[in-house]
Design a protein around this ligand. Structure first.
Ligand code: ADP
Ligand code: MG
Length: 256
């Protein structure tokens, strides 16, 4: 039942990550295999310390695996030189961090448009695209404001717009609701779900939170360094949420 018509955006093959040197070596990721296709919205769930950020950092080329392969849009990242990696990061990846990472000295609009203007886009395109995204994320009246004038939820929705503006192959989100109150978290997730449902984004989110995960189409549980199981959403998000919580409980571990 995997979405048959979507092209493969990311292939992860036997991914292993060790930290430390011979004496004190911990294996955080113990052979991860995962395929992400165009149009997917995947949540990888795991308890704190299970390696979610490590996984995302490797996928987004910030860190390197000890073993295994990451193939992004057909490109084996292990075979690419550093200079090309930064271009791949710019062109193909959008990132949403837990703590927004907006630049304080720029307006929300300039923050959103930044990746586009760094790619050499003209002012008109930057304005048009940032306004369209701001509309979709409920930020229309806020584009002239600076980050300190915005709530956490508004900042994070702005960060999502910034991640989307170059129309990347994939959006990686690391605990994107981690710093938000539950209502702002829900608003962000609803916006992300809407752009995914509209066919405008492929998303991999990592989270320890079952509620956040229930907005994805598929949830994978990461535990003891491996992907243990996959749960897929039907039509009913509440039933999906209950299934995720049951799965968590049956696996043990501290997801708080
Ligand atoms: P999560 O995001 O799921 O909470 P992380 O990927 O941040 O987990 O961390 C997984 C494990 O790897 C933790 O035990 C953490 O202490 C360890 N770890 C993370 N980064 C490093 C590092 N740079 N050096 C050594 N150990 C690390
Ligand atoms: Mg983390």
């Amino acid at each position: 039942m995997k979405h048959m018509n979507g092209k493969k955006v990311v292939e992860i093959k036997n991914l292993v990550k060790n930290y430390g040197t011979n004496g004190f070596c911990t294996t955080v990721l113990k052979g991860i295999d995962l395929e992400i296709c165009k149009g997917d919205f995947i949540a990888v769930m795991g308890p704190s310390g299970s390696g979610k950020t490590t996984l995302l950092n490797i996928l987004s080329t910030i860190d390197k695996p000890t073993q295994g392969q990451v193939i992004l849009d057909g490109i084996d990242l292990g075979k690419v030189k550093n200079r090309e990696l930064s271009k791949i990061r710019r062109d193909k990846i959008g990132f949403i961090f837990q703590d927004y990472n907006l630049l304080d000295t720029m307006t929300l609009q300039d923050n959103i448009a930044l990746p586009l203007s760094l790619n050499g886009a003209g002012g008109t395109e930057c304005i048009r695209k940032s306004e369209a995204l701001a509309g979709a994320f409920g930020l229309k009246g806020h584009l002239r404001k600076y980050p300190y004038q915005l709530s956490g939820g508004q900042k994070q929705r702005g960060a999502a717009c910034r991640a989307l503006i170059t129309e990347p192959e994939i959006i990686f989100a690391d605990e994107p609701t981690g710093a938000l109150d539950s209502r702002s978290g829900r608003e962000l997730l609803e916006c992300l779900k809407a752009v995914n449902d509209g066919g405008k984004a492929t998303i991999l989110m990592v989270t320890h939170d079952a509620f956040s995960a229930s907005y994805a189409k598929d949830v994978y549980i990461l535990s003891d360094g491996q992907i243990r199981c996959r749960i897929s959403r039907g039509d009913n998000r509440k039933a999906f949420y209950d299934k995720i919580v049951d799965m968590q409980a049956s696996m043990g571990g501290d997801f708080s």
